[in-house]
Design a protein around this ligand. Structure first.
Ligand code: ATP
Length: 131
């Protein structure tokens, strides 16, 4: 089976570099299923799960936005944060979700609203990935 090299980098440093048969992720232009030989492209990444597949094995990462660069033999993900499910602190994510929900309920200005919306998305993404 052909493979792609996947590299995930955050401001804290490299998170992962390994080979996989397929990458599934959500970009701002829609869901992408990337196989070796994919046409080159760059896309903004949504706050979502990245799925890295080898046979029946799927590795999931919670990514917090960023960019995706696809080349036929390599996928590079530059994200603000990227967490393996084992690294996710569920209680922290629940607290972040509650804080964001409270902020969204209280009528604050647009900037705070957008910020709270993004915080809520990050927390819900983390909780989804943990399952
Ligand atoms: P919080 O309000 O709890 O800080 P946040 O969504 O604002 O959450 P981020 O700005 O996305 O946090 O992330 C800051 C750093 O903290 C990143 O390194 C990220 O990986 C880590 N992080 C945030 N939330 C969690 C979590 N629930 N479990 C593990 N790491 C987390």
């Amino acid at each position: 089976m052909k493979t792609l090299t996947v590299s995930v980098v955050t401001p804290d440093g490299p998170v992962l570099e390994d080979t996989f048969e397929m990458v599934s992720c959500k970009s701002e232009i829609g869901e992408l299923g990337i196989l070796p030989g994919h046409i080159p492209m760059v896309a903004p990444l949504s706050i979502s799960a990245v799925r890295l597949k080898n046979g029946d094995d799927t590795k999931k990462l919670a990514v917090n936005g960023g960019f995706l660069e696809i080349r036929p033999e390599k996928v590079t993900i530059l994200a603000q944060s990227a967490e393996d499910p084992h690294e996710i602190d569920v209680e922290r994510a629940k607290r972040a979700k509650e804080r964001a929900e409270q902020r969204l309920q209280s009528k604050q200005d647009d900037i705070d609203f957008r910020r709270a919306e993004l915080a809520l998305k990050r927390a819900m993404n983390r909780l989804d990935i943990v399952g």
